[in-house]
Design a protein around this ligand. Structure first.
Ligand code: AHM
Ligand code: MG
Length: 337
């Protein structure tokens, strides 16, 4: 019964009481929750609402935008501008930072990927939204990109919405990770996955193996050892998954463990990697670490990276702690450290 579960709103109020906060955090999350519900609705209506297919435009990364990329971005921008909580925003889909007009009291910055995994939209496979909340430093300007270039360790909160067989919202405020499922009958997110924890050990890895010819030696070594199974150095059989939606992969890892890799390789190295630091790597690293996992580029803890530009791309290795540590050790060995 829905009334027997804790709603996301009640959860946020409890958190706020515990922290002795002023109420603004509940406000900023409320805006995000509305946006995610609306995006879930549009994703769910799909072809019925004419939402599938290309928008006929490119984003700042030179990637073709889907109609739902554009719609989800508009929804995120609109819904999060109204509450006056955010001084500014930055989106994977927009070239420049966006100062929220009339939000003089906004004390936070919102960075987001409105629809991650958009290659999956037209084929009805899970996609998601990812967000990261930063503090707006006193006196800093919301039109200045430098204001947004904060390290992952400075995040106030991070989360994602997963538009899958159920719509879920997974959130960390730096005090563990909690997952909420949208009950569409009552229109509320209810706490279904309290205190999500990633098992340290796993038998599952996720990587786009079509890129194996470009991999660096430590990544190749790790995957080869997994593939060798029981007879190999790992002494156990591994399973492999690749959804091509980072949100879905991270969610699977939060639920049952595993490791996810989108490493820098010989082909994407000049761009720094594939995934974006500010909208994908940092928020997911915060969530994964809060759930007891690890998140690294292979050479540096992701949340320690000092961002150099808004749309910066980085290598990402995250998930079960033992596996991430092993991959970091393989990189160090390969680098002669
Ligand atoms: P997007 O933000 O343009 O959707 O790109 C990010 C996505 C991730 O969700 C996913 O892990 C990766 O790109 C999939 O890449 P690939 O197409 O190489 O499988
Ligand atoms: Mg993305």
């Amino acid at each position: 019964m829905p009334y027997q579960r804790i709603t996301l709103t009640h959860f946020l109020i409890q958190e706020q009481r515990r922290l002795g906060g002023s109420g603004s955090f509940t406000g900023l999350m409320t805006d995000i929750v509305f946006a995610c519900k609306m995006i879930a609705h549009e994703v769910n209506r799909g072809a019925l609402a004419g939402n599938l297919g290309l928008a006929g435009s490119e984003n700042v990364q030179g990637e073709e935008q889907k109609k739902l990329d554009v719609l989800a971005n508009d929804i995120f921008m609109q819904m999060n501008s109204r509450g006056g909580n955010y001084g500014g925003m930055a989106s994977e889909e927009l070239e420049d930072v966006h100062a929220v007009t009339g939000a003089a009291e906004g004390k936070y910055l919102l960075l987001f990927d409105p629809l991650d995994g958009s290659s999956n939209i037209d084929v009805n496979i899970s996609v998601g939204s990812i967000f990261s909340i930063l503090r707006l430093p006193d006196g800093a300007s919301c039109v200045d990109e430098a204001t947004y270039l904060q390290q992952g360790v400075q995040q106030v909160a991070a989360g994602y919405a997963l538009y899958g067989s159920s719509t879920m919202l997974v959130l960390t405020t730096g005090n563990g990770v909690n997952g909420f499922t949208l009950d569409t009958n009552v229109g509320m997110f209810l706490l279904t996955h309290p205190d999500m924890t990633i098992p340290a050990d796993t038998k599952e890895f996720a990587i786009n193996a079509s890129r194996s010819r470009f991999w660096e030696p430590p990544v190749r070594r790790y995957v080869d050892e997994c593939l060798a199974g029981k007879e190999g150095p790992r002494g156990k059989d591994f399973n492999m998954r690749w959804v091509a939606s980072m949100v879905a992969e991270v969610h699977r890892i939060l639920c049952r463990g595993g490791v996810f890799l989108y490493p820098a390789d010989a082909e994407n190295m000049k761009k720094g990697g594939k995934l974006r630091l500010m909208y994908e790597a940092n928020p997911m690293a915060f969530i994964v670490e809060q759930a007891g996992g690890g998140a690294s580029t292979g050479r540096t803890r992701i949340m320690d990276l000092k961002p150099t530009h808004l749309h910066q791309r980085v290598p990402v290795i995250l998930g079960s702690k033992t596996e991430v540590d092993k991959l970091v050790a393989y990189h160090a060995e390969a680098d002669g450290k």
